[in-house]
Each structure stands twice: as structure tokens, then as C-alpha cells.
Design a protein around this ligand. Structure first.
Ligand SMILES: [Cu+2]
Length: 496
């Protein structure tokens, strides 16, 4: 994307040194991906009780990085003593490894489905052709392998994730544990100036508000979270923070936490236990224009955010607390979700004041559309349509053309139910929320945004690079229970 190339030139002169990890990355900025990986491995790994998903190692096939994923089912007998809970994961029995890719890298994902049921794998937030996007058309039968390939073309450093996206089965399969993180490195100086040694000072945090039913299964309905005999557990990288707060100790003065709300339906608001401020550096789809200082951070389902904690001063020995709220914003509980400390004794250098440049899309003459989110009992609708069958998706598909710039108004007509809005293919810019111009974390690129009751959110986007007259992208609420109950439409980007 043209604007993003310009951004890199702009940032080329900024050198922010943020500890040894940054030194490693800056030293490696002109070197190959393999050399960077080797350098990153030299960093001192974090310790503590928090599990950190493995970084998935690609095999090189004639210049193509091949990442191999396999779904598999399993059981968990530790979450509730004496009960065996059915789970699923990628290359393991719960969650999946982290995939790290770099702009310009040609990749292939070989995904084998070892479940008894059909699945799909959607690369949430990745700018990729619709035929490789992993939506409901890209089903992988039990026992089959799907091998989408692409050249990473993101133009932004960001935290993405991958998860199933079958029609009507997303909540079922995500609840089992099918979710993993994807990290995109854009090679920018700004990204290099932030902690970026995976597992050392750059840590994935996958948060899941779960309900375990009296029958010892992960709940997949809204009602299951309040049903008789239910046990609510807040999982961080697969372990229960409800039972014991996981710990993370790093050898650096600063740590970057890549936060993902992989919950089915609940929003999560993070704060430090002492109320101190912390720094957000990225939202969903890109680094923010500048770091922002915040004292709480609300993340709706499917969203990501990146924060940086300074562990040698203000955030020393920080404990992150999560307040979990349901779809009508009722508080379920507050849990101490992570205790972070550092063995470093020297203060971290200051962060750069500029991380990214977002050039406003020119919407002069752009197509405007409106999308109204509503429900009729348990049926969830966009513009009155429940996208619960492929035929309905096809006949109601939003049609646009390659390179079109559009401005969309997303309105939540419910007076009580929170929704959010996720768009596949390209990130969007936020124009306004509830009539107020975008501010804070909404000044960067996003792919998911919360739409509170009785509120309109205005966004704009450009459908670059990928057109297809057969395969569809999806747009939907990322409360995946609502999504499965119909709050999803298809988008087709036509070549002309
Ligand atoms: Cu919703």
C-alpha cells in the first residue's frame, strides 16, 4: 500500500533504543529472516508460571516458509478437579503455536484437520485473497489438508490471530480451544524500537472468559454462562487465572504484552491493581500513531491491543486485573490475571514519540453504506438479514470493486446489547464513535471495533490488492455467538 511505504520512509530516521531486544532487531534489520530468528533466540527467555505458546518454526521450501498446523482434540482434567473437559487445539490439545511472519515473506499454511468435524481456519486481520482467507467457503473436511499460500502484504506491524470460521460452528470450535496468535513484523524502525524478542520481552497473552457447564463442557451459549452448576474460569494462555494468578518475570526493563480477547462473548477491561497508568502502543491492526498513556483498556471479543509496561519504575511488579463483562455490560467478576516483574535493574530508555503515520483515506465521492445490527430474540441480524446459510450469504452479499474507497456507518439499534464489528480483507480507519471524532486507540488502523447500544460507528476503508468473483470475505459481529446466530454478511470485491 502506497501510504504505508511512505510511512516507513518517514520513520527511517527515528532510532529508539529500547533495551537489548531493540539492539538485536536493529542489527538484524538488513539481514535475513533466519538471522533475525537466531538473534531473537539469544535473548533471555521470560520465566514464571505463565505458559507461552511455542513459536511455530517454518520449513523452507524453495523460498516459501511452510507452516504446518494440525487440529486435534484432547481433554483437560486440571481445570476442574475430577472432571474431564473436551478440548481442541492446533499442534496440541488447547490453543495453538504463535506464527510469526514478516512483510514480503512468501508463506504457505498446511492445515490438516484431525478433528471428527469439518473446520476452517481464518487468519483474522491478515490482508489475504478471499480464496485463502479461511471463511465459511474454505471448509476442511475431517482428515483433509488445506494449503493456502500468500506473500505477506500487511504493511503494518501487528498482532493477528487464527481461529475457525465455519458457518454456525465458530463458537463451538473456538470454545474448545482452537485459537492461536499471529505476529506480523513490518520491518519498520518503530516496531524494532519496541520490545520484540518473542518469549523474552514480547509476550502473547490470550485471554478467554469461559463457562464450564455442569456436564464439564465449555459453554457455547449466552445462557450457559449463568446456568445452574456452571463454573466460570478466566484463562490466560490456557491456564486458569481464576484459581491462581499466573506470573511472568522478564530480564528486561520493559515488556510488550500482545493482548487478545479470544472470548466468545465477554468484553475484558484491563487495569493495573494499583491504578497506575500504562502505555498502549497498538490496537488491532497496526501500531498507533503515538504511544498513549491509559489507566484502563477495554477489549471486546476478537480485538487485540498491545501494551508496554515499564518494569523498572512506574509499573514495577505490576499485577494486571481483568474485569469481565457480559454482552449487556453486566460485570461477571474481576480477576488478577497476570503478575509481571523484571530482574532488570536499569531503567528502560524512553519510547519513540512517533510509531506510525496514518494518512486519512480520501472519501470524496466514496460509496457510503449503512449496516444496522439488531436482533429478534435469539436471531441476530445485519440490515434485517440473518446470515445463517451460504445461500443467504450469497444473495445478500455486499458488492464492491477492487481499490474502491468506502465509508460505512455501523449502527447498533439495540438499547441493551453490545455488539462489535469485524471486517475481513482490509483494516479500516475510524471516523467517529457516537458522533464524536475518533480519539485514542481509534486513531490507528483497526479490524474490529465495539459498537455499544444505540450507537453508530463510522469507518472508512479501501479494498486493495485482492479481488475474486467467486470467494467472499465476511463482515460480522465478533461476539461469535451472535455471529453464529446470524450477525454476519458476505462481502465480494469484484475485479471490475
Ligand atoms: Cu453482537
Amino acid at each position: 500500500m502506497q501510504t504505508k511505504l511512505k510511512r516507513r520512509h518517514l520513520l527511517a530516521g527515528i532510532v529508539g533504543l529500547a533495551g537489548s531486544a531493540a539492539l538485536v532487531k536493529i542489527a538484524g534489520s538488513g539481514t535475513s529472516f533466519a538471522e533475525e530468528t537466531t538473534a531473537a533466540e539469544a535473548a533471555t527467555p521470560a520465566t514464571g508460571t505463565l505458559p507461552i505458546p511455542d513459536l511455530l518454526t517454518a520449513t523452507d521450501e524453495d523460498g516459501v516458509s511452510v507452516f504446518t498446523l494440525g487440529t486435534q482434540s484432547g481433554t483437560n482434567t486440571s481445570l476442574i478437579s475430577g472432571k474431564s473437559i473436551t478440548t481442541a487445539g492446533y499442534n496440541g490439545t488447547f490453543l495453538g503455536p504463535t506464527i510469526k511472519v514478516t512483510d514480503g515473506e512468501t508463506v504457505r499454511f498446511d492445515v490438516t484437520n484431525n478433528l471428527d468435524d469439518e473446520t476452517t481456519v481464518h487468519w483474522h486481520g491478515l490482508h489475504i485473497a478471499p480464496s485463502n482467507d479461511g471463511g465459511p467457503q474454505n471448509t476442511i473436511a475431517a482428515g483433509a489438508t488445506w494449503s493456502p499460500s500468500t506473500t505477506i502484504n500487511q504493511g503494518e506491524a501487528c498482532t493477528l490471530w487464527y481461529h475457525p470460521h465455519g458457518l454456525g460452528t465458530t463458537a463451538d470450535q473456538v470454545a474448545l480451544g482452537l485459537a492461536g496468535m499471529m505476529i506480523v513484523d513490518d520491518g519498520s524502525t518503530a516496531n524494532a524500537s519496541l520490545p520484540n524478542s518473542y518469549g523474552a520481552d514480547d509476550i502473547p497473552i490470550i485471554m478467554q472468559s469461559t463457562a464450564i457447564t455442569s456436564a464439564a463442557a465449555f459453554g457455547i451459549t449466552n445462557a450457559s454462562f449463568t446456568a445452574s452448576g456452571v463454573t466460570l474460569k478466566f484463562l490466560v494462555n490456557g491456564v486458569s487465572a481464576t484459581d491462581e494468578t499466573p506470573t511472568l518475570s522478564v530480564a528486561y526493563g520493559r515488556v510488550r504484552l500482545r493482548l487478545l480477547n479470544a472470548s466468545l462473548t465477554d468484553s475484558i477491561t484491563l487495569a493495573l491493581s494499583d491504578g497506575a497508568t500504562f502505555t498502549q502502543v497498538a490496537s488491532d491492526a497496526a501500531l498507533l500513531p503515538s504511544p498513549i498513556s491509559i489507566s484502563s483498556l477495554r477489549i471486546s471479543p476478537g480485538e487485540r491491543a498491545e501494551i508496554v509496561l515499564d518494569l523498572t519504575s512506574s509499573d514495577a511488579a505490576a499485577t494486571l486485573q481483568a474485569t469481565v463483562r457480559n454482552t449487556t455490560n453486566g460485570t461477571r467478576y474481576t480477576v488478577s490475571m497476570l503478575s509481571v516483574s523484571s530482574t532488570a535493574t536499569t531503567a528502560a530508555d524512553t519510547l519513540p514519540t512517533t510509531l506510525n503515520t496514518v494518512t486519512a483515506l480520501d472519501t470524496t465521492g466514496a460509496t457510503s453504506r449503512t449496516f444496522t445490527l439488531s436482533n429478534s430474540g435469539g436471531t441476530f441480524l445485519i440490515n434485517g438479514v440473518a446470515g445463517t446459510s451460504m445461500a443467504t450469504m450469497e444473495s445478500n452479499a455486499v458488492m464492491t470493486t477492487l481499490n474502491a474507497i468506502e465509508q460505512w456507518t455501523i449502527t447498533n439499534s439495540s438499547t441493551t446489547i453490545y455488539h462489535n464489528f469485524h471486517l475481513h480483507d482490509v483494516p479500516f480507519q475510524v471516523v467517529s464513535v457516537g458522533g464524536v471524532a475518533a480519539s485514542g486507540a481509534n486513531t490507528g488502523w483497526r479490524d474490529t471495533i465495539e459498537v455499544p447500544p444505540s450507537t453508530s460507528v463510522v469507518i472508512r476503508m479501501q479494498f486493495t490488492d485482492y479481488a475474486d468473483n467467486e470467494y467472499m470475505y465476511m463482515l460480522h459481529c465478533h461476539n461469535v455467538i451472535h455471529e453464529d446466530d446470524g450477525m454476519m454478511l458476505a462481502l465480494m470485491v469484484m475485479s471490475s
